[in-house]
Design a protein around this ligand. Structure first.
Ligand code: GLU
Length: 468
């Protein structure tokens, strides 16, 4: 193996979505580049001109940016490099490693049928033809692949994978319309980008054999291959729509944090012992391609939720508040000035049990409502004369509290219950409804601390002033 500085890349085609498998491939490339002090690059494989709209390309940029894995160099666009691809095809011809194939579509069809019947791959009669015999009509250019022996893909995940050359036809490099083919473009681009390690899904393993032959024909150094097992659904079947979200943007929309997804995806096909939760820094320190497993990895929503809960509990409340504000605005919730700050202050009280930022948004809504709150009928029913009288006394007690904090309020509420000769259960539920308008809220002390003294007392006053 050479000692070139490590350069990895992700080479997505703009399809309009960034698949979770692509995100995992990006992550492994990114981790390996960071682990080795190398570079992580992006190439946009935009040769399908119909699908490669600006919007579809933007989805890739947005996906990588959200994941926190941006390219270390400006992205390379494959379509723009078509001239360079043609140049290499010409060079392969000059080297005698490629040839012009003048078979017409009809002739090719006949050869295909014959090859199928004889159980062999397609062979062109133009391989080795004398240029003097070249007709004046469009031609494709094919790679002059070795006919015998094996091509070995030395894969860092799968080990040596052998392909019999007799089973590989002479790959078309340039179509008769002058367009370079996919495998050729990938090799030229990876070579020109000085990519040292090609880490990608194992659906490209067969391409690696083809690509190896092109590298060899050009006398270019073959990169280290690492083909990752695909991601399967929880049931072990290939990941598909019925398993739920597949696009990175969907995970974002469902309220997962990028660091949760990074930690989660790192565990899909790689791991460090039994460690479930680890930081980016740890993953970077530990990651090595040789530790990637070759068996397919299964999505596990419970694990992802567990990780997301962990990272939500760790995250800066100000950052979470901005995410929650966006979610609420998306629900046409009108946020007033200062609400985001309010949300940030509230988050430590409500985040322990939440699995997603959507749940976090649900959990803060009670604090954002404007007075007087509309109380659900169940809460109104609980406001009996007895309860009103008790809440009136409690309100007086609360107004005396000097330490308006969770511990301070816990002490005050307990002392009030004792003085009033009842358990907290006797007034806890109605007080909570009065404070929250029936929305999910933390326990009493947490709710009142989050709301603050004036708002808490005001909400109690509003309820007490309702006609009995
Ligand atoms: N464009 C290919 C894909 O989206 C990736 C090719 C590669 O990584 O070599 O599957």
């Amino acid at each position: 193996m050479s000692d070139r500085p490590v350069r990895t890349r992700i080479a997505p085609s703009p399809t309009g979505m960034m698949h979770i498998g692509t995100a995992r491939t990006a992550l492994f490339n990114w981790l390996f580049a960071r682990h080795t002090g190398g570079k992580f690059l992006l190439r946009v494989e935009d040769t399908d001109r119909e699908r490669s709209t600006d919007a579809a390309v933007q989805v890739i940029f947005d996906g990588l940016s959200w994941l926190g894995m941006e390219s270390d160099e400006p992205p390379v666009f494959q379509f723009a490099r078509a001239d360079r691809h043609r140049e290499v095809v010409a060079e392969l011809e000059t080297r005698g490693q490629a040839y012009r194939d003048y078979m017409t579509a009809e002739e090719l069809e006949v050869e295909r049928e014959r090859a199928r019947a004889e159980g062999r791959v397609v062979r062109s009669p133009w391989r080795g033809a004398d240029p003097a015999t070249w007709p004046d009509r469009p031609y494709a250019v094919r790679l002059k692949s070795p006919l015998d022996g094996d091509t070995v893909v030395a894969d860092a995940v799968k080990g040596d994978v052998r392909f019999q050359n007799s089973g590989l036809d002479d790959l078309i490099l340039l179509r008769s319309d002058g367009n370079p083919t996919y495998n050729l473009a990938v090799v030229v681009d990876d070579h020109d980008m000085a990519i040292t390690h090609v880490i990608r899904g194992d659906d490209h393993l067969n391409n690696a054999a083809r690509q190896t032959i092109i590298y060899q024909a050009m006398d270019w150094e073959v990169p280290v291959w690492a083909h990752l097992p695909l991601i399967h659904g929880p049931d072990g079947a290939k990941l598909s729509k019925r398993h739920g979200a597949q696009a990175v943007s969907e995970f974002d929309g469902m309220g997962y944090l990028p660091e949760s997804l990074r930690n989660y995806l790192a565990k899909l096909g790689w791991g460090h012992g039994d460690d479930e939760i680890f930081s980016d820094a740890q993953a970077i320190e530990w990651f090595d391609i040789k530790d990637v497993v070759s068996a397919a990895a299964r999505l596990d929503w419970a694990k992802l939720n567990h990780l997301n809960n962990h990272y939500i509990r760790e995250a800066d409340p100000v950052r979470l508040a901005a995410l929650v504000a966006t979610i609420l605005k998306g629900r046409d919730f009108h946020l007033r000035q200062g609400d985001e700050t309010l949300i940030a202050g509230l988050i430590p009280f409500v985040r322990d049990g939440v699995k997603t930022t959507l749940e976090l948004a649900d959990a803060v809504i009670f604090s954002l409502k404007s007075r007087p709150l509309e109380l659900p009928s169940k809460a109104l029913e609980q406001l009996t004369d007895e309860t009103r009288a008790r809440l009136t006394r409690l309100r007086l007690a609360l107004a005396q509290v000097t330490d308006w904090s969770v511990p301070g309020l816990e002490v005050a509420v307990r002392a009030f219950a004792e003085a009033d000769g009842v358990g907290i259960g006797k007034f806890g539920a109605p007080l909570r409804s009065v404070l929250s308008g029936g929305s999910p809220a933390p326990d009493l002390a947490g709710t009142m601390t989050a709301l603050g003294r004036d708002e808490s007392l005001g909400r109690i006053d509003d309820a007490l002033s309702l006609p009995a």
